[in-house]
Design a protein around this ligand. Structure first.
Ligand SMILES: Nc1ncnc2c1ncn2[C@@H]1O[C@H](COP(=O)(O)OP(=O)(O)OP(=O)(O)O)[C@@H](O)[C@H]1O
Ligand SMILES: O=P(O)(O)OC[C@H]1O[C@](O)(CO)[C@@H](O)[C@@H]1O
Ligand SMILES: [Mg+2]
Length: 967
């Protein structure tokens, strides 16, 4: 017998109750034979059967009435005249996993058991039988038996079955559901007594993942399932992508409950399976898909997949009317079903590491894959440096060069090959060797070439790592190695960005399908800069296809122009920066400037990348970049100004901390007169300040100081950089992503410890000054039970509510829950309670039901190496800042010439000192005056408007946290 271990999702102990002596004996025999279990203990009233990991305890509680009920239920189950699907008649089933379903089938037959096989008995994936006590027993070969909750087609939910369900549920048969982490949970939102939107109660929303798996898909599924339930709908998952639709039936289209997706945000891959399904490309496959969706009673389908999956979704949508016509004509659906499912309510959330879908800046998984690539390249750098070697690193991305391009920027690779910018055959060899030789001649010991797997030349011939390797060895005599990263790129858990993106998009997708009417175009949920948006699926698919068409037609300019503007901006930046030391500046001599950069505030990931990118971009333009070391105090005390040379900044792009040094001293604190003196001495034409709130204050001081000090009459830009993400004028500060990932990884580890200890919650102390951004976003990324932030404080009623909820949740888990609990507390959330005191209060209030411990990540939150997001955004912002300084020269020159008549309040003039920030879906420069005077709460050192408030509500909804209104 090969019923294998472990059982799906690990739980391996179940108890069954018999109500008569005979049925008890029969059941013991039945389980011993069926599952090849040994009898470990036995007496007249109980028996423990086990083969190690699988244990079944049978108990006898003699009760004639209950026995009669159970037998009635059993015959009802086996009566084919009522319905031929046992799962529709039984409330739950006990499901075991197996590696060899055929052998199990043979055993069932040998024991002459009643059998139901799904999808058919020739090629079964799931077998059911009924035990002598009336329980439905299943054995499955499917990869993901995530829930045993039977998916009952709406049509089968007749009154009789409903009644039966209640009868069975109320009888005293106790059992443990083996293939679900939690059992017997209802779909009700935990903290709400009733459904929030009764009118939606009939809606069934299904989600599937399709195409290559991508980190973050699990967060997307979790958010969709929980949002659907929160909105009062039923939630379904379609297993194995379109394969599941084509095959259909309850083992592929499953109803799931709140608990089924607990903890999924922290898991890699996709727990509901994915596939590349050939049959769905054929009309017959899609016809089956339509039939199965209708049979399962699904009203709306959300597809999380890449360009292919969403092309399939769009085709399915456009064909739907003809598919249901055919289903009706061939009597595969009823007239009633035809009328109800007239319109296919479908929505896409883009999940793919390739980031090749038009109209969205990022696809779920792309930044996680980029993170894996950057980590690998950072590792390779070390060994390359030791041996002075060249490495050709091949990355995924199919026909899209996004991963290669962004990795090229984030790791400051020497050369990249991407399909959107194919070189002329026979010519790329010269170009590549020239750049690499230059870099080597300046003392660089490593050469990193990143090649997209879809790299081609202008004749569409593939360029392979081996081709590049040969050139480097033959022409440059470099000791060269090839590293193909492969599926490692799709591995591991999602970075914070992907978890949050997937979660917010999942919530938005549910909103979109609930708001959809027959007249609204099917949406694709996108992200543009910092804003979740809806785009017509049909347009996104068409635009994506036109990129592929343009490449095939060798119209590469068009292909590039059809990629989104951010892609083009990244590409232009990479090309400019990578030509920094070729000695041919882009601008004529009279346009070349002296531009200074200074860091102010605490270290934040991406600060060095900003300095590196600013300097290299300046060099490529012909400007002279200067660094002011150790902030304004360094300038005043030690005249710490040095020009930046290419060879001095090698490797800075990917370093943590601040290479030029940073502190919190503002110009006024340092001595603003002396600052002006040095600005005058070095004749700076522009200044870039990188830092947090002190940097913001510094820029304001310098701008106001223009009245007295003409040296400040130059364009000045602030690039916000702080883990607190509290700089007014932007929704995103460099370093906040690095910090968020550092905190998230810390929480993942702590959560695991909490899970293993069972009844334990960790209170994690989070940095961020008066800003609750980090605590809120981390709560969303790790699925924390609660977060306390300075903006809300900690009220006693809310705290007791949260403790009550924790208590209920631990009680319900009965020690079986393998999910750790986390509470995040911003350090400044309460003046009275430290994180340790909060943990003590929670422990005391829990009164032994569970305990709370404190965990303090401290400065770990400043992160080690900057995240790829912070590196690449730093580059983008630095280049934009330099361009801004270039473009405002004329205004400032004129104002300097006016001298005595200089008007500090002139709009054109004051607009030249600006905060460079992300606002909604745009990257914008906002004059510091406007931001400081109108958008800032200077006492709290915070922006007046908190842009992430909605995120807090979503984080709470998705863990079932009830908010207490405190007036
Ligand atoms: N033109 C199409 N018509 C119908 N179905 C399609 C079409 N293109 C793709 N599909 C379906 O979507 C599935 C996934 O597509 P594909 O393999 O291209 O991956 P993807 O969704 O683009 O994701 P990724 O590229 O990240 O792996 C296909 O196996 C197929 O079932
Ligand atoms: O996992 P598979 O089927 O080998 O597919 C690999 C392909 O999938 C992706 O990882 C995602 O589309 C591509 O980058 C890669 O070309
Ligand atoms: Mg694809």
């Amino acid at each position: 017998m090969t019923v294998t271990v472990p059982f799906v999702n690990g739980t391996s102990y179940s108890t069954l109750t018999a109500f008569s002596k005979d049925s008890f004996q029969e059941a013991v025999k039945f389980y011993k034979n069926l599952l090849a279990l040994d009898q470990r203990t036995a007496d007249d009233t109980s028996a423990l059967l086990s083969n190690g990991p699988i244990s079944i305890k049978l108990t006898l509680k003699e009760d004639a009435a209950l026995h009669a009920d159970a037998m009635k239920a059993r015959s009802h189950l086996l009566d084919p005249s009522i319905s031929d699907d046992w799962r529709a008649k039984a409330p739950t089933s006990l499901v075991f996993n197996t590696m060899d379903i055929t052998e199990v089938m043979n055993r069932f037959r040998a024991l002459i058991l009643p059998i139901q096989a799904f999808p058919n008995d020739i090629n079964p994936l799931l077998l059911y039988t009924v035990d002598p006590l009336g329980n439905v027993i299943g054995v499955t070969a499917t990869k993901n038996a995530i829930s045993t909750k039977p998916c009952v087609p709406a049509s089968l939910l007749a009154e009789e079955q409903q009644k039966m369900k209640h009868e069975l549920a109320s009888k005293a048969v106790s059992y443990t559901d083996l293939s679900s982490q939690f059992t017997k949970t209802t779909n009700a939102y935990p903290s709400l007594p009733t459904k929030t939107n009764a009118s939606k109660a009939d809606k069934a929303i299904a989600v599937m993942t399709s195409g290559g798996d991508a980190q973050g898909m699990n967060s997307n599924v979790r958010a969709i399932v929980r949002s659907a339930i929160f909105k009062g709908c039923r939630a379904f998952v379609v297993m194995e992508g379109y394969e599941g639709l084509v095959r259909g039936g309850p083992e592929y289209i499953k109803e799931v409950c709140w608990e089924d997706v607990r903890g999924w945000s922290t898991e890699g891959g996709t727990n509901i399976g994915t596939a590349r399904c050939l049959e769905f490309r054929q009309r017959e496959g899609r016809l089956l898909g339509a039939q199965h969706l209708i049979e399962a009673g699904v009203d709306a389908l959300i597809v999380c997949g890449g360009d292919g999956s969403l092309t399939g979704a769009d085709l399915f949508r456009s064909e739907w009317p003809s598919l249901i016509d055919e289903l009706l004509k061939t009597n595969r659906i009823s007239q009633e079903q035809y009328t109800r499912y007239q319109h296919l309510n479908i929505c896409g959330t883009v999940g793919s590491i390739d980031n090749d879908m038009s109209t969205t800046d990022a696809t779920i998984g792309a930044y996680s894959a980029l993170d894996r690539i950057c980590t690998a390249v950072d590792y390779v750098e070390a060994t390359a440096n030791s041996h002075s070697r060249a490495f050709v690193v091949e990355v995924m991305g199919r026909n899209c060069g996004w991963l290669a391009l962004l990795a090229g920027i984030a790791t400051s690779a020497d050369y990249i090959f991407i399909p959107e910018n194919p070189p002329v055959p026979g010519k790329w060899q010269d170009g590549m060797c020239e750049i690499i030789s230059q870099h080597r001649s300046h003392g660089k010991r490593t050469s990193i070439i990143i090649i997209a797997e879809g790299a081609i030349d202008t004749e569409l011939n593939p360029i392979k790592p081996e081709d590049v390797h040969k050139v480097l060895c033959d022409r440059l005599k470099l000791d060269t190695r090839i590293t193909t990263l492969g599926h490692v790129q799709r591995g591991g858990t999602a970075v914070a960005y992907d978890r949050i993106l997937a979660t917010l998009q999942g919530v938005e997708a549910v909103n979109a399908v609930l708001e959809s009417t027959a007249d609204t175009p099917s949406p694709l949920i996108a992200i543009n800069e910092n804003k979740i948006t809806r785009k017509p699926l049909i347009d996104s698919v068409a635009l994506t296809k036109s990129v592929a068409d343009a490449i095939q037609a060798k119209d590469f300019e068009k292909a590039m122009s059809l990629r989104d503007t951010e892609f083009i901006e990244h590409f232009d930046n990479y090309m400019a920066i990578n030509n920094a030391d070729n000695g041919i500046p882009k601008l004529p001599a009279d346009k070349r400037l002296k531009i200074a950069i200074v860091n102010v505030g605490a270290p934040a990931g991406g600060i060095n990348s900003a300095v590196y990118s600013m300097a290299t971009y300046c060099m490529s333009q012909g400007h002279k970049p200067y660094a002011i070391y150790n902030g304004f105090s360094g300038l005043v005390r030690h005249e710490s100004v040095r020009s930046l040379e290419w060879k001095d900044i090698i490797g800075w792009q990917s370093r943590g901390g601040s290479e030029i040094g940073t502190n919190r001293v503002t110009p006024e604190e340092a001595d603003i007169g002396m600052v002006a003196y040095y600005f005058q001495k070095y004749q700076f034409d522009g200044l870039i300040i990188v830092g947090g709130f002190e940097a913001f204050v510094s820029l304001n001081q310098l701008e106001r100081g223009r009245d007295c000090y003409s040296a400040f009459r130059i364009p000045m830009v602030l690039i916000p950089a702080t883990l607190s993400n509290n700089v007014p004028g932007t929704e995103y500060s460099l370093g906040s992503d690095t910090a968020l990932n550092a905190l998230m990884q810390y929480c993942d580890v702590v959560k695991q410890s909490a899970a293993s200890t069972r009844g334990r919650v960790f209170v994690v102390d989070v940095q961020g000054g008066n800003s609750g951004y980090l605590a809120t976003t981390a709560a969303l990324a790790v699925g924390a039970q609660a977060s306390y932030v300075p903006e809300e404080g900690i009220s006693l009623p809310q705290l007791s509510q949260d403790i009550k909820m924790l208590g209920e949740s631990f009680k319900e888990a009965k020690g079986r829950g393998r999910f750790g609990k986390i509470i995040l507390k911003s350090t400044n959330a309460s003046k009275a309670l430290s994180a340790k005191q909060l943990a003590d209060v929670i422990s005391a209030e829990a009164d032994g039901a569970f305990d709370a411990k404190v965990a303090i990540p401290g400065h770990v939150q400043q992160g080690g190496l900057p995240s790829p997001i912070d590196r690449t955004r730093a580059t983008r912002l630095a280049v934009r800042a330099v361009s801004f300084i270039e473009s405002r020269q004329d205004v400032m020159k004129a104002s300097r010439a006016a001298d005595e008549e200089f008007d500090v309040d002139d709009k054109d003039v004051f607009e030249t000192a600006a905060v460079l920030g992300v606002k909604g879906s745009h990257v914008v420069f906002t004059p510091i005056r406007q931001v400081y005077d109108n958008e800032t709460d200077t006492d709290k050192r915070m922006p007046k408007i908190i842009h992430w408030q909605k995120t807090r509500d979503i984080a709470d909804h998705l863990v079932g946290r009830k908010k207490v209104n405190v007036k």
